[in-house]
Design a protein around this ligand. Structure first.
Ligand SMILES: *[C@@H]1O[C@H](CO)[C@@H](O)[C@H](O)[C@H]1NC(C)=O
Ligand SMILES: *[C@@H]1O[C@H](CO)[C@@H](O)[C@H](O)[C@H]1NC(C)=O
Ligand SMILES: *[C@@H]1O[C@H](CO)[C@@H](O)[C@H](O)[C@H]1NC(C)=O
Ligand SMILES: *[C@@H]1O[C@H](CO)[C@@H](O)[C@H](O)[C@H]1NC(C)=O
Ligand SMILES: *[C@@H]1O[C@H](CO)[C@@H](O)[C@H](O)[C@H]1NC(C)=O
Ligand SMILES: *[C@@H]1O[C@H](CO)[C@@H](O)[C@H](O)[C@H]1NC(C)=O
Ligand SMILES: *[C@@H]1O[C@H](CO)[C@@H](O)[C@H](O)[C@H]1NC(C)=O
Ligand SMILES: *[C@@H]1O[C@H](CO)[C@@H](O)[C@H](O)[C@H]1NC(C)=O
Ligand SMILES: *[C@@H]1O[C@H](CO)[C@@H](O)[C@H](O)[C@H]1NC(C)=O
Ligand SMILES: *[C@@H]1O[C@H](CO)[C@@H](O)[C@H](O)[C@H]1NC(C)=O
Ligand SMILES: *[C@@H]1O[C@H](CO)[C@@H](O)[C@H](O)[C@H]1NC(C)=O
Length: 864
């Protein structure tokens, strides 16, 4: 009677509540109305479970003895049998010990503990005795150690996820054959390499439909003997295994079932095998970031069900097959970062469902015109940067699409401003740097662009009065560097219509801007990165710049700014990079020591005089200190050992150096340094530099011996000062130094011997008449005089070697790794994505998201 009363209520609620309410909501409500009570044994078992767990999120606060356990949060109850059947304790910040009392819940079929933190403890073996379980989810729960064989006893289990835990491993997988009902199996990130027959064993499950084995340290995807007989596999992910062989051809045996195949980042070699072409039902194929070579064959275009194809980041060559025009369902086509050549086939213009087209970073040539976009009415993301394409459309062309992002840097577009842009009303990312655009912008342009979020027009020949630029509150990034914008900067900074701007990145370096820095900085408080370097700016740094409290980098280098650095800049306490080199400034302020977030301080060639303040040593995060070519007096502060970022490896703040806006849209800090006397521009590699350059000043005294504590230092240049006395023997401990320059000082005595100090060219020690010993030709004792010496100025030209830029022999990281390394190999991010994927059950969306909107969306999903 009571049960049917409850059922009635459920129906009643379902009838009247809006459809958006969740089902679990009815569950709880319905139960609390009825008076069905909890089976006492189940209640006691759950209370024991609660006592063992740590509950930082207080999600178990409803689990109290006075309340019926059917209304406890996360507990699901079957009224018919009067027993607890499901526990949904996912993402609840639980930890501690999982009590064996769970075994009392004889009817439990659904146990979800994913997203909690069990502190690297092993998976409890008693779970293998919960024979009623059909669903066991331990995804991302920080379990470690051997996956217990007992789990193989769960013959009713349909869903098992042990993915993305810390250091799970198996010794073998033969116990797994007991999982005869399994349909969904996720062992990603578990170390399976000890089981050579891993895939063989899994291919025996008759009902297996989804299999996730990414990052499992499998070194081969080929059967050790015979073949695999996966009969009903729909989804297969083998990404992130280092295979170093060709794409296996057994996939062709999955031709009637497989819908999704994920093989990205698996070190697969050779060509794209025809076996893939037989997968006639396949909708989703990702071969992103492998070592695939040779041409893409025409038959790949015959897979008409294909909605997602990612062949990006390989070494594919030859043309894009024109048969791709047959991929009539395709929504996402990534072919970027390969060696594809020839032209873009016009047939791509037929793909009426296409939303993302990535062909950038290839050797594609010739013209792209209206025909290439004929039916692309759904196109949102177009990436064709860094090709040799010529985007040549008629000035009255109205494209069929409304783009979200147009990444068209380093292709030929100009000299005219493309007028089709006017029709684009939803553009957020707009990149047309280095595209040959020149002259003055047409009247509509600045108004139109004020609706865009990310604007990169750098490296063109735009000649424009800076006061014409209009920025609404939409614009977050404006890069107009390396153009010919002219006029007093105050007309831009102070104009009324710009006062509501929310700009975060402004790079107007290398233009013809003139005048004083103005007093309008109050309107620019959203700025995070500001670069006004290499213009014709004059006057003092205004006090009002202290309003930029969020500023992280301030670059005013190579102008004609003079006077003091105003103390108001102290308020910009988030500053991490200051570059004021090549100006006419005066003294290094004592308060500089309060800017404790500083990573880079460059004040070179700027007429600084006076002393280097002791306070500078408070900058414990500093990695680059460049005070070269000034008139600094006195001695080197003897507190350098406080620069702990130069003493300890891997301080993890590299994100500052490159701000990712989107998969391809990022802002990378750059800086000119001259560690070897010649100025070089540092970009992606700046984050790896550790440098102290005090050369060409009037410094005197000796080198503080404690400098040897800065064991991560790569460049140390103290040349052309009046430093004297002996070189401290402890300097031989600076084993990471790739450059030491002590020339033209007054050093004396013997150069301490170590493999390091002797490896530098003698030129780095000359001009010190009283200095002797290897590598100088002048020996310290008479006996050594007779030994042969190599002549001064021997080969030291490593300027073509990338290691030169960062001062280390290995580890040259490209921009790609800065983004993707984090994405694929940082547990949290990768997890966040896949977790998101699991929840949405829409891989297409998710994988697109990974590429297109990396940061924004990941931030959301990480904060969950
Ligand atoms: C609970 O159900 C019993 C019958 O099983 C009934 O006698 C009792 O009145 C109900 N109590 C409430 C509060 O509805
Ligand atoms: C926990 O799992 C349920 C059911 O699978 C799901 O609806 C809910 O969103 C998950 N909660 C979190 C925080 O992931
Ligand atoms: C996993 O647990 C270990 C040990 O307590 C802890 O150091 C680590 O931070 C945890 N990892 C995650 C991802 O929570
Ligand atoms: C469960 O599996 C283990 C190891 O695979 C086995 O030794 C044990 O007998 C099984 N237990 C039960 C209750 O079936
Ligand atoms: C493959 O598996 C199916 C179902 O388990 C079975 O019927 C079939 O005989 C197997 N094929 C081979 C060649 O073993
Ligand atoms: C496909 O399966 C058949 C048996 O059904 C087997 O003979 C053949 O070798 C398999 N092919 C591959 C490439 O594994
Ligand atoms: C589509 O496929 C058919 C048959 O393979 C082929 O004849 C045709 O040329 C293809 N269409 C395009 C646009 O490539
Ligand atoms: C494209 O590249 C292939 C191989 O690298 C080469 O043989 C071919 O001539 C190139 N074609 C064009 C049009 O450049
Ligand atoms: C900018 O966006 C707003 C709101 O979306 C719209 O009303 C306006 O017409 C757009 N302006 C331009 C120049 O595209
Ligand atoms: C703009 O394009 C240039 C290359 O032309 C690139 O160096 C820069 O990182 C891009 N993005 C931004 C935000 O400046
Ligand atoms: C080099 O460093 C080691 C360990 O830090 C220290 O024991 C040794 O004295 C140092 N050598 C010199 C010459 O200072």
């Amino acid at each position: 009677m009571a049960a049917s009363f409850a059922t009635l209520h459920v129906l009643f609620l379902v009838w009247f509540l809006p459809a958006t309410f969740s089902l679990s909501f009815f569950f709880f409500k319905a139960e609390s109305i009825s008076n069905v009570s909890c089976y006492e044994k189940d209640k006691q078992a759950l209370l024991t479970l609660k006592r063992g767990l740590t509950d930082h999120g207080h999600v178990l606060s409803s689990w109290s003895d006075h309340k019926d356990c059917c209304i406890w949060d996360g507990v699901f109850y079957d009224k018919k049998i009067g027993r607890v059947t499901e526990l949904h304790l996912n993402y609840s910040r639980l930890g501690g010990e999982i009590s064996g009392s769970l075994l009392q819940l004889e009817h439990l079929n659904y146990l979800d503990l994913s997203g909690n933190d069990f502190n690297c403890t092993p998976i409890p073996t008693f779970l293998g005795s919960m024979f009623s379980l059909t669903h066991l989810d331990l995804l991302w729960a920080n379990f470690s150690g051997l996956i217990p064989h007992q789990l193989g006893n769960l013959s009713s289990l349909r869903y098992l996820s042990l993915g993305d835990n810390s250091d799970l491993y198996v010794d073998n997988l033969h116990w797994m054959s007991g999982l005869s009902a399994i349909q969904y199996l996720d062992l990603s990130s578990a170390d399976l390499h000890r089981e050579v027959d891993c895939l063989q064993i899994m291919s025996k499950f008759p009902s297996l439909s989804e299999l996730f084995l990414q990052n499992c340290q499998l070194d081969s995807l080929n059967p050790s003997l015979g073949f695999f007989n996966f009969t009903s596999l729909r989804v297969l992910s083998l990404s992130g295994n280092q295979c170093n062989h060709k794409i296996p051809n057994w996939f062709s045996n999955l031709s009637t079932s497989l819908l999704r195949l994920d093989l990205y980042s698996s070190s697969l070699k050779g060509n794209i095998l025809p076996s893939i072409f037989n997968l006639e039902k396949l909708e989703f194929l990702s071969l992103y970031f492998n070592k695939l070579t040779e041409q893409i064959l025409e038959p790949l275009g015959q897979l008409k069900h294909r909605t997602y194809l990612d062949l990006g980041y390989n070494s594919l060559n030859g043309p894009i097959p024109s048969s791709f025009g047959n991929l009539s369902h395709i929504r996402t086509l990534y072919l970027d970062q390969n060696q594809l050549n020839g032209t873009i086939p016009k047939s791509l213009g037929l793909l009426s469902k296409l939303e993302s087209l990535y062909v950038g970073k290839n050797s594609l040539t010739r013209t792209v015109d209206e025909g290439h976009f004929r039916k692309l009415s759904k196109l949102k993301d177009l990436y064709m940067s860094e090709t040799r394409l010529f985007f040549n459309v008629n000035s009255n062309w109205v494209p069929p699409f409304q783009l979200y992002s147009a990444s068209m840097s380093s292709i030929k577009i100009g000299p005219n401003f493309p007028s089709w842009l006017q029709s684009q009303r939803s553009l957020h990312i707009f990149e047309m740097s280095m595209s040959g655009i020149s002259g003055n912008a047409p009247g509509w342009f600045w108004n139109w662009i004020s609706n865009v979020t990310f604007i990169n027009l750098s490296n063109n020949h735009i000649k424009c009065d800076v006061s014409a630029i209009f920025l609404s509150s939409t614009v977050k990034v404006l890069n107009i560097a390396n153009n010919s914008f002219y006029g007093p900067i105050s007309t831009f900074l102070c104009q009324k219509k710009i006062r509501k701007n929310k700009l975060e990145i402004l790079d107007a370096s290398n233009n013809l801007l003139s005048g004083e820095l103005s007093h309008c900085w109050n309107y620019w408080q959203s700025l995070i990165h500001l670069n006004l370097g290499s213009n014709n700016l004059v006057g003092r740094i205004p006090y009002s710049m202290g309003a930029l409290v969020d500023l992280q980098s301030l670059r005013l280098q190579n102008n004609s700014i003079y006077g003091d650095i105003p103390s108001s800049l102290k308020k910009c306490s988030n500053l991490r990079l200051i570059d004021m080199g090549d100006n006419h400034l005066s003294i290094i302020p004592l308060w500089i020591g309060e800017m404790t977030n500083l990573l880079v301080l460059s004040l070179r060639s700027s007429e600084f005089n006076g002393y280097i303040p002791q306070q500078i040593c408070q900058l414990s995060s500093l990695r680059v200190l460049d005070l070269a070519n000034n008139n600094l007096l006195g001695s080197i502060p003897n507190c350098l050992k406080n620069f702990s970022a130069m003493a300890l490896p891997n301080s993890n703040i590299d994100a500052f150096f490159s701000t990712d806006w989107d998969f391809y849209a990022s802002y990378v800090e750059n800086l000119k340094l001259a560690p070897k006397g010649k100025e070089m521009e540092y970009k992606e590699n700046l984050k790896l530099v550790r440098l102290i350059d005090l050369s060409s000043n009037n410094l005197s005294g000796s080198i503080p011996a404690e400098i040897s504590d800065l064991s991560e230092l790569r460049f140390l240049n103290l040349s052309q000062n009046h430093l004297s006395s002996e070189i401290p023997p402890s300097m031989s401990n600076l084993t990471f130094l790739s450059l030491l320059d002590l020339s033209y000082d007054n050093f004396s005595g013997r150069i301490p011997s170590s493999t390091q100090l002797q490896s530098f060219d003698a030129l780095r020690y000359i001009g010190n008449p009283q200095l002797c010993g290897d590598p100088l030709p002048k020996s310290c004792t008479i006996e050594e005089q007779s030994l042969n010496r190599s002549p001064i100025g021997s080969v030291e030209d490593d300027s073509k070697n990338s290691s030169f830029y960062i001062g280390m022999g290995v580890g040259f990281t490209t921009g790609f790794w800065a983004i993707c390394g984090a994405l694929f190999f940082n547990r949290t991010w990768r997890h966040a994505c896949f977790r998101f994927a699991g929840e949405l059950k829409d891989w297409i969306y998710v994988t697109t998201m990974i590429k297109m909107n990396l940061l924004e969306k990941l931030r959301v999903c990480l904060n969950k």
